[in-house]
Design a protein around this ligand. Structure first.
Ligand code: ARG
Ligand code: ZN
Ligand code: CA
Length: 238
Protein backbone atom coordinates (compact mmCIF):
# COMPACT_ATOMS: atom_id res chain seq x y z
CA UNK A 1 0.00 0.00 0.00
CA UNK A 2 0.90 3.65 -0.02
CA UNK A 3 1.46 3.89 3.72
CA UNK A 4 0.90 7.31 5.22
CA UNK A 5 -0.04 9.70 2.42
CA UNK A 6 1.10 13.30 2.95
CA UNK A 7 -0.67 16.11 1.13
CA UNK A 8 0.96 19.57 1.07
CA UNK A 9 -1.42 22.43 1.87
CA UNK A 10 -1.44 26.07 0.81
CA UNK A 11 -3.86 28.47 2.52
CA UNK A 12 -5.22 31.59 0.80
CA UNK A 13 -6.86 34.23 3.03
CA UNK A 14 -9.05 36.97 1.57
CA UNK A 15 -10.19 39.61 4.03
CA UNK A 16 -12.14 42.86 4.07
CA UNK A 17 -11.89 43.38 7.83
CA UNK A 18 -9.72 42.20 10.68
CA UNK A 19 -11.97 39.33 11.83
CA UNK A 20 -11.81 37.80 8.34
CA UNK A 21 -8.01 38.10 8.49
CA UNK A 22 -7.69 34.96 10.60
CA UNK A 23 -4.41 34.55 12.47
CA UNK A 24 -1.60 32.14 11.66
CA UNK A 25 -2.41 30.42 14.95
CA UNK A 26 -6.04 29.90 13.99
CA UNK A 27 -5.02 28.52 10.60
CA UNK A 28 -2.55 26.18 12.29
CA UNK A 29 -5.35 25.04 14.62
CA UNK A 30 -7.46 24.28 11.54
CA UNK A 31 -4.71 22.19 9.95
CA UNK A 32 -4.29 20.42 13.29
CA UNK A 33 -8.00 19.50 13.22
CA UNK A 34 -7.59 18.08 9.71
CA UNK A 35 -4.66 15.95 10.81
CA UNK A 36 -6.38 14.84 13.99
CA UNK A 37 -9.61 13.88 12.22
CA UNK A 38 -8.00 12.09 9.26
CA UNK A 39 -5.75 10.10 11.62
CA UNK A 40 -8.63 9.21 13.98
CA UNK A 41 -6.94 11.01 16.85
CA UNK A 42 -9.96 13.23 17.62
CA UNK A 43 -11.00 13.07 21.25
CA UNK A 44 -14.75 13.11 20.56
CA UNK A 45 -14.49 9.61 19.09
CA UNK A 46 -15.35 8.72 22.69
CA UNK A 47 -18.96 9.62 21.80
CA UNK A 48 -19.22 6.55 19.52
CA UNK A 49 -21.83 4.25 21.08
CA UNK A 50 -19.91 1.19 22.20
CA UNK A 51 -22.72 -1.19 21.27
CA UNK A 52 -23.04 0.10 17.73
CA UNK A 53 -21.80 -1.68 14.61
CA UNK A 54 -20.05 1.57 13.69
CA UNK A 55 -17.29 0.60 16.11
CA UNK A 56 -16.09 -1.80 13.40
CA UNK A 57 -16.19 0.84 10.65
CA UNK A 58 -14.29 3.75 12.20
CA UNK A 59 -10.82 4.18 10.74
CA UNK A 60 -7.52 6.00 10.53
CA UNK A 61 -7.31 7.14 6.89
CA UNK A 62 -3.51 7.43 7.12
CA UNK A 63 -3.74 10.71 5.22
CA UNK A 64 -1.87 13.71 6.63
CA UNK A 65 -1.58 17.37 5.71
CA UNK A 66 1.78 19.15 5.49
CA UNK A 67 1.76 22.82 6.36
CA UNK A 68 4.19 25.50 7.50
CA UNK A 69 2.50 28.73 8.55
CA UNK A 70 5.56 30.82 7.74
CA UNK A 71 5.67 29.80 4.06
CA UNK A 72 2.28 28.32 3.13
CA UNK A 73 -0.14 31.23 3.60
CA UNK A 74 -1.01 33.93 1.05
CA UNK A 75 -3.05 36.88 2.35
CA UNK A 76 -4.88 39.53 0.36
CA UNK A 77 -6.81 42.55 1.55
CA UNK A 78 -9.89 43.23 -0.58
CA UNK A 79 -12.94 45.48 -0.70
CA UNK A 80 -15.07 42.42 -1.51
CA UNK A 81 -16.85 41.73 1.80
CA UNK A 82 -18.53 38.43 0.78
CA UNK A 83 -17.84 35.91 -1.97
CA UNK A 84 -20.28 33.61 -3.76
CA UNK A 85 -19.74 30.01 -4.84
CA UNK A 86 -18.68 31.00 -8.39
CA UNK A 87 -14.94 30.50 -7.66
CA UNK A 88 -14.03 34.19 -7.98
CA UNK A 89 -11.92 33.89 -4.81
CA UNK A 90 -9.66 31.50 -6.74
CA UNK A 91 -8.92 33.97 -9.56
CA UNK A 92 -6.64 36.98 -9.29
CA UNK A 93 -8.43 38.36 -12.38
CA UNK A 94 -11.60 38.48 -10.25
CA UNK A 95 -9.98 39.91 -7.15
CA UNK A 96 -9.13 36.55 -5.62
CA UNK A 97 -5.90 34.57 -5.22
CA UNK A 98 -4.75 32.04 -7.83
CA UNK A 99 -3.96 28.58 -6.41
CA UNK A 100 -0.38 27.57 -5.62
CA UNK A 101 0.75 24.33 -7.36
CA UNK A 102 -2.78 22.86 -7.49
CA UNK A 103 -1.62 19.63 -9.13
CA UNK A 104 0.37 18.68 -6.06
CA UNK A 105 -1.03 20.88 -3.30
CA UNK A 106 -4.38 21.17 -1.55
CA UNK A 107 -5.37 24.83 -1.77
CA UNK A 108 -7.70 26.12 0.93
CA UNK A 109 -9.32 29.52 0.48
CA UNK A 110 -10.53 31.10 3.72
CA UNK A 111 -12.92 34.00 3.22
CA UNK A 112 -16.42 35.27 3.89
CA UNK A 113 -19.00 33.40 1.80
CA UNK A 114 -22.48 34.84 1.27
CA UNK A 115 -25.73 32.95 1.75
CA UNK A 116 -25.01 31.05 4.95
CA UNK A 117 -22.65 28.62 3.18
CA UNK A 118 -20.02 27.03 5.40
CA UNK A 119 -17.82 25.83 2.59
CA UNK A 120 -17.61 24.04 -0.73
CA UNK A 121 -15.18 21.82 -2.57
CA UNK A 122 -14.22 20.87 -6.10
CA UNK A 123 -14.50 17.12 -6.72
CA UNK A 124 -11.64 15.29 -8.48
CA UNK A 125 -11.43 15.78 -12.22
CA UNK A 126 -12.16 19.50 -12.42
CA UNK A 127 -9.90 22.25 -13.75
CA UNK A 128 -6.66 22.70 -11.78
CA UNK A 129 -7.13 26.48 -11.78
CA UNK A 130 -10.06 26.14 -9.38
CA UNK A 131 -8.98 23.01 -7.52
CA UNK A 132 -9.27 22.95 -3.76
CA UNK A 133 -11.72 23.86 -1.02
CA UNK A 134 -13.28 27.08 0.23
CA UNK A 135 -14.01 27.54 3.94
CA UNK A 136 -16.00 30.21 5.74
CA UNK A 137 -13.51 32.15 7.90
CA UNK A 138 -15.74 31.90 10.99
CA UNK A 139 -15.89 28.08 10.76
CA UNK A 140 -12.27 27.75 11.87
CA UNK A 141 -11.65 26.44 15.39
CA UNK A 142 -12.69 29.17 17.80
CA UNK A 143 -14.59 31.08 15.10
CA UNK A 144 -18.05 32.58 15.51
CA UNK A 145 -20.07 30.15 13.34
CA UNK A 146 -21.28 28.02 16.27
CA UNK A 147 -22.16 25.10 16.19
CA UNK A 148 -19.91 24.86 13.12
CA UNK A 149 -16.79 26.41 14.63
CA UNK A 150 -14.56 23.47 15.49
CA UNK A 151 -12.89 23.17 12.10
CA UNK A 152 -14.96 20.28 10.74
CA UNK A 153 -16.22 22.17 7.73
CA UNK A 154 -12.67 21.79 6.44
CA UNK A 155 -12.67 18.07 7.31
CA UNK A 156 -15.96 17.66 5.38
CA UNK A 157 -14.82 19.69 2.37
CA UNK A 158 -11.48 17.90 2.13
CA UNK A 159 -13.51 14.67 2.16
CA UNK A 160 -15.30 15.94 -0.98
CA UNK A 161 -11.97 17.03 -2.51
CA UNK A 162 -10.80 13.43 -2.00
CA UNK A 163 -13.91 12.06 -3.77
CA UNK A 164 -16.31 11.44 -0.87
CA UNK A 165 -20.03 12.10 -1.32
CA UNK A 166 -22.50 12.97 1.38
CA UNK A 167 -23.41 9.79 3.21
CA UNK A 168 -27.06 10.04 2.14
CA UNK A 169 -25.86 10.12 -1.48
CA UNK A 170 -27.74 13.39 -2.00
CA UNK A 171 -30.88 11.36 -2.54
CA UNK A 172 -33.32 9.17 -0.66
CA UNK A 173 -32.59 5.78 0.91
CA UNK A 174 -31.72 4.08 -2.38
CA UNK A 175 -29.26 6.69 -3.60
CA UNK A 176 -25.68 5.53 -3.10
CA UNK A 177 -22.60 7.37 -1.88
CA UNK A 178 -20.50 4.55 -3.49
CA UNK A 179 -19.25 3.47 -0.07
CA UNK A 180 -20.52 0.11 1.23
CA UNK A 181 -20.06 0.62 4.98
CA UNK A 182 -21.92 3.92 5.26
CA UNK A 183 -25.59 2.97 5.76
CA UNK A 184 -28.23 4.41 3.45
CA UNK A 185 -29.91 7.53 4.77
CA UNK A 186 -33.01 9.39 3.71
CA UNK A 187 -31.35 12.77 3.82
CA UNK A 188 -29.00 15.00 5.77
CA UNK A 189 -29.00 14.98 9.56
CA UNK A 190 -28.54 18.15 11.60
CA UNK A 191 -27.86 18.99 15.20
CA UNK A 192 -26.65 16.20 17.44
CA UNK A 193 -28.93 13.18 16.94
CA UNK A 194 -28.92 10.47 19.56
CA UNK A 195 -28.09 6.93 18.45
CA UNK A 196 -29.85 5.15 16.85
CA UNK A 197 -31.38 7.67 14.48
CA UNK A 198 -33.05 5.68 11.68
CA UNK A 199 -34.22 7.21 8.38
CA UNK A 200 -34.03 4.08 6.16
CA UNK A 201 -33.59 0.50 7.41
CA UNK A 202 -30.73 0.82 9.85
CA UNK A 203 -29.25 3.59 11.95
CA UNK A 204 -27.91 6.59 10.05
CA UNK A 205 -24.22 7.30 10.56
CA UNK A 206 -25.01 10.83 11.73
CA UNK A 207 -21.57 11.13 13.28
CA UNK A 208 -19.80 10.74 9.94
CA UNK A 209 -17.83 13.78 8.76
CA UNK A 210 -19.81 13.62 5.51
CA UNK A 211 -23.18 14.25 7.20
CA UNK A 212 -24.43 17.75 8.20
CA UNK A 213 -24.45 17.44 12.00
CA UNK A 214 -22.82 19.85 14.45
CA UNK A 215 -19.04 19.93 14.49
CA UNK A 216 -19.00 18.58 18.05
CA UNK A 217 -21.14 15.57 17.02
CA UNK A 218 -19.19 14.34 14.00
CA UNK A 219 -16.19 12.15 14.61
CA UNK A 220 -15.54 9.45 12.02
CA UNK A 221 -14.64 8.28 8.54
CA UNK A 222 -15.18 4.61 7.64
CA UNK A 223 -12.92 1.96 6.11
CA UNK A 224 -14.91 2.30 2.87
CA UNK A 225 -14.39 6.06 2.80
CA UNK A 226 -10.69 5.57 3.54
CA UNK A 227 -10.43 3.13 0.63
CA UNK A 228 -12.27 5.48 -1.72
CA UNK A 229 -9.98 8.42 -0.86
CA UNK A 230 -6.83 6.33 -1.05
CA UNK A 231 -7.92 4.77 -4.37
CA UNK A 232 -8.11 8.26 -5.79
CA UNK A 233 -4.70 9.20 -4.41
CA UNK A 234 -3.22 5.96 -5.79
CA UNK A 235 -4.12 7.11 -9.31
CA UNK A 236 -1.75 10.03 -8.84
CA UNK A 237 -4.58 12.53 -9.03
CA UNK A 238 -3.96 14.94 -6.16
N1 ARG B 1 -22.81 22.41 3.70
C1 ARG B 1 -21.43 22.25 3.44
C2 ARG B 1 -21.20 21.19 2.36
O1 ARG B 1 -22.02 20.38 2.04
C3 ARG B 1 -20.62 22.01 4.69
C4 ARG B 1 -21.21 21.24 5.81
C5 ARG B 1 -20.26 21.25 6.99
N2 ARG B 1 -20.82 20.72 8.20
C6 ARG B 1 -20.28 20.93 9.42
N3 ARG B 1 -20.80 20.38 10.48
N4 ARG B 1 -19.25 21.69 9.57
O2 ARG B 1 -20.17 21.09 1.76
ZN1 ZN C 1 -20.80 18.58 1.62
CA1 CA D 1 -23.23 3.82 1.64
Amino acid sequence: GLGIIKIPVHVNVLYSNSSQNVSDNQIQAQIDVLNTDFRNNNSNISMLPSGSTFVNDVTDTEIEFLFNASSDITRKSTSISAWSTNDDMKKSSRGGIDPTSPNTTLNIWICNISGGILGYAQFPGGPSSTDGVVILYSSLPGGSASPYNEGRTATHEVGHYLNLRHIWGDGRCRQDDFVADTPSAGGANYGCPSYPSVSCKTADMTMNYMDYTNDSCMYMFTDGQRNRMRALLATGQR
